[in-house]
Design a protein around this ligand. Structure first.
Ligand code: SAH
Ligand code: SF4
Length: 374
């Protein structure tokens, strides 16, 4: 069922059983339609989106150029959920991590990464936010904190967009690069993620260019093809983490559903439809995927697809046995790729000290809140 659709209008609000839509999950044409059905003048839709995305109102009551009665009718029809900052780690000029509590008390996290050169194809001076798309994750990669506690639910478009708005409000900074690399698998929540991306990209919304939006996936091949057919020129990053089925099968259960050959065929299709180059994310985990043989194979794959490689030294997760290779080993891996003619970067994990990788702050907070006995 689409979450972007409001409940049927002919139904009396007293007997309406459908869950109300959040007003910030609507696209502009949908809002225009709703405004018309409420019997309001067309220009009201424009006033409402200005309140939502330009003036960043947090309630209908703030929309002071709408008559009180109109605000009341909007409040009757739509929800206007807020996400609350539950915890912030880090400080200005470093990576900052935000833990948010959703209206239903679930916890999600976003990370604000300060300007750094050439992260995901962007120029320097860009402030990047890493957003979550689900509460938890069903894909269970062996190294990842987000997968540890399983999957709770998909985030709705407004809950995705609101992470950006809330971080900008909390920091007073403007975000200009978005990566879908927080908690969750974006392509398993594709409809809501695309709804959020349209709002982020639209001139009436946040107005951030598609080339400054990167979606990351662990390898859902059919959805990669679906994304390839979308008009928007957003960037795609593939979490490869292994250059053979043998290595991927060990750490990423998704590889048993879509093996490397199937995944790479979908990537080839994507590359043929888009102007932007693909990025392969590759976490370096000691004695798992960091051998010279894996580097050579990864080089061949990246060359074939004209993709860049982003190497990330593994961020340790409490309770998991994995660790990052030595600095020398990391350097050796990157030089094999470069010698093969691949554009490869080795990321010094900026947020290492504050557990910046996916799902870690939420996990840590939940562990602190739960007594050891549970
Ligand atoms: N589910 C999507 C997007 C969220 S994960 C995906 O898997 O691509 C975002 C990135 O963080 C992925 O590349 C993921 O493999 C990586 N990641 C997860 N845990 C990590 C850790 N402990 N250290 C470093 N990177 C990690
Ligand atoms: Fe899910 Fe991505 Fe973590 Fe894998 S790496 S468990 S797909 S969030």
């Amino acid at each position: 069922m689409s979450v972007c659709r409001a409940p049927p209008l002919s139904v009396n609000s007293k007997v309406r059983t459908a869950v109300k839509t959040d007003i910030r999950s609507l696209q502009f044409p949908e809002l225009e339609e709703q405004v018309r059905e409420l019997g309001l003048a067309d220009y009201r839709a424009r006033q409402i989106v200005d309140w939502l995305y330009k003036k960043r109102a947090q309630s209908f009551d703030e929309m002071t150029n709408l008559p009180q009665e109109v605000r009341a009718r909007l409040a009757e029809r739509f929800t206007f959920d807020k996400i609350d900052v539950a915890r912030v780690l880090g400080s200005r000029d470093t990576t900052r991590k935000f833990l948010f509590q959703l209206a239903d008390s679930n916890l999600i996290e976003s990370v604000l990464i300060p300007a750094s050169p050439a992260l995901y194809g962007s120029r320097s001076d860009r402030r990047t936010i890493c957003v979550s798309t689900q509460v938890g994750c069903a894909y269970g990669c062996k190294f990842c904190a987000s997968g540890l506690e399983g999957f709770s639910r998909n985030l709705r478009p407004n809950e995705i967009v609101d992470q950006i708005i809330a971080v900008e409000r909390a920091t007073g900074e403007k975000v200009d690069n978005i990566v879908f690399m927080g908690m969750g698998e974006p392509l398993a929540n594709l409809e809501n993620v695309m709804g959020a991306i349209r709002i982020i990209n639209a001139p009436w919304g946040l107005g951030i260019g598609a080339r400054h939006i990167t979606v990351s996936t662990s390898g859902l091949a059919p959805q990669i093809r679906q994304l390839a057919d979308e008009q928007l020129q957003i960037r795609l990053a593939i979490s490869l983490h292994g250059a053979t089925d043998e290595v991927r099968n060990q750490i990423m259960p998704i590889n048993r559903r879509y093996n490397l050959e199937t995944l790479l065929a979908a990537c080839e299709y994507y590359a043929s439809r888009k102007k932007q180059r693909l990025t392969f994310e590759y976490i370096l985990i000691a004695n798992v995927n960091d051998s010279p043989d894996q580097a050579r194979r990864l080089g061949r794959i990246a060359r074939r697809l004209g993709a860049k490689v982003n190497l990330i030294p593994y961020n340790t997760v409490e309770g998991l046995p994995w660790s990052r290779p030595s600095r020398e080993q990391q350097e050796q891996f990157v030089s094999i790729l470069r010698e093969a003619g691949v554009a490869a970067t080795l990321r010094r994990e900026k947020g290492h000290d504050i557990d910046a990788a996916c799902g870690q702050l939420r996990l840590q907070t939940k562990r602190e809140l739960q007594p050891a006995a549970s």
